[in-house]
Design a protein around this ligand. Structure first.
Ligand code: GDP
Ligand code: MG
Length: 328
């Protein structure tokens, strides 16, 4: 086994080409956007974990447009910088993982909020056959000030519960940024999302593909930088929720459709007072019933026909918008 990490090998002066051809067991991929304050400490922590546990590895910094010298810091530390053109947390990670040479990938933020000393703990289940090992901050301990109350008591638990119900995932912390997976599992997941919802997409795809997912408790520390995080609570929360809904036609159309339909039938047939008053809730009830019916019928259409109708709808919409633009 190669015991030195690629990062440490590169410090000893080998050519980049020689290093690039070497395969390793673990690629540590850190998404990074202007993390000059903390990047060096994260890389050092990951290098130490690899070296202390005789893991052959490399460290990849997936950057897309840092302007604070993060890329130079990474290179100076012996890590490999992958400059990804498309912006976003998901895009950066996809670009970095694409360049990874490891059989296993560990991903973790570059703001010192995660402990890269946990790398061996995450890799060990992969060696024993797991496809993905998810960190769990609620089990590992969230240090004071590490997670805002809005995320701790609302955002994370609610979105994770929705994800667990919709997809029957065993993960209890969908958004943990420290996780590990095999390169082959990653390839099978065929991930697409470009923003922070990438974190959800991975857990959802793992569940849909019935991959073996293990949880490992990991602690969360307050990040070590002086500016605000990139994550925007409401915008990114919505992106996570939207992904959870869009990927589950059953929960987006079928169940709400059924519910609306049943509610419509109930109101129409049993609440006589409302029915006899035409200015009352009658119009609303009818709308609810019709909407429910439409959702239900839409869901029952064969998949191919649904796609075709969506395409026709999009085409008409685009043509109308173009015509409207011309008129202006
Ligand atoms: N390359 C790149 N990295 C990003 C982007 N957004 C966030 N990151 C990195 O992803 C990690 C997590 O971001 P952070 O702002 O700490 O989000 P939070 O921990 O979820 O609040 C950090 O290492 C960021 O530098 C992005 O658009 N591009
Ligand atoms: Mg952070």
């Amino acid at each position: 086994m190669v015991t030195a990490t690629i990062a440490s090998v590169s410090r000893k002066g080998d050519s980049r080409e020689a290093i690039a051809s070497e395969s390793v067991e673990v690629s540590v991929v850190m998404p990074c956007l202007n993390e000059a304050e903390t990047l060096a400490a994260c890389i050092a922590e990951a290098q130490e974990a690899l070296e202390n546990h005789d893991i052959s590895g490399e460290i990849i910094i997936a950057d897309n447009g840092s302007t604070d010298g993060s890329q130079e810091i990474a290179e100076r530390m012996g890590a490999r910088v992958v400059d990804v053109t498309r912006k976003g947390y998901g895009s950066a990670l996809m670009g970095g993982i694409q360049q990874a040479r490891g059989q296993y990938i560990v991903m973790g933020d570059a703001d010192m909020s995660y402990d890269f000393g946990d790398i061996p703990k995450l890799v060990s289940p992969l060696r024993q056959g797991a496809d993905i090992v998810m960190g769990n901050r609620f089990r590992g301990g969230i240090q004071p000030g590490a997670m805002p109350p809005l995320h701790r008591y609302l955002g994370n638990p609610v979105l994770t519960s929705i994800g667990r119900i919709f997809y029957k995932s065993p993960s209890s912390d969908f958004h943990c940024g420290l996780r590990a997976f095999t390169k082959s599992a990653y390839d099978r997941m065929d991930l697409r999302t470009t923003g922070m919802e990438f974190a959800s997409e991975m857990v959802v795809k793992a569940a849909v593909l019935e991959m073996k997912l293990i949880e490992a408790p990991t602690k969360l520390r307050p990040d070590g930088r002086s500016r605000a995080p990139h994550l925007r609570s409401w915008r990114d929360g919505w992106r996570h929720l939207r992904f959870l809904l869009l990927y589950s036609p059953r929960w987006l159309f079928l169940y709400p459709g059924l519910l609306l339909m049943i509610a419509g039938i109930y109101l129409v047939f049993y609440i006589h007072k409302l029915i006899t008053d035409p200015n009352g809730l009658l119009p609303l009830m009818c709308i609810g019933f019709v909407l429910g019916l439409v959702f239900l019928l839409w869901m029952m259409l064969p998949k191919g026909l649904r796609h075709m109708l969506s395409r026709v709808g999009r085409f008409i919409f685009r043509r109308n918008s173009k015509e409207a633009q011309h008129k202006h």
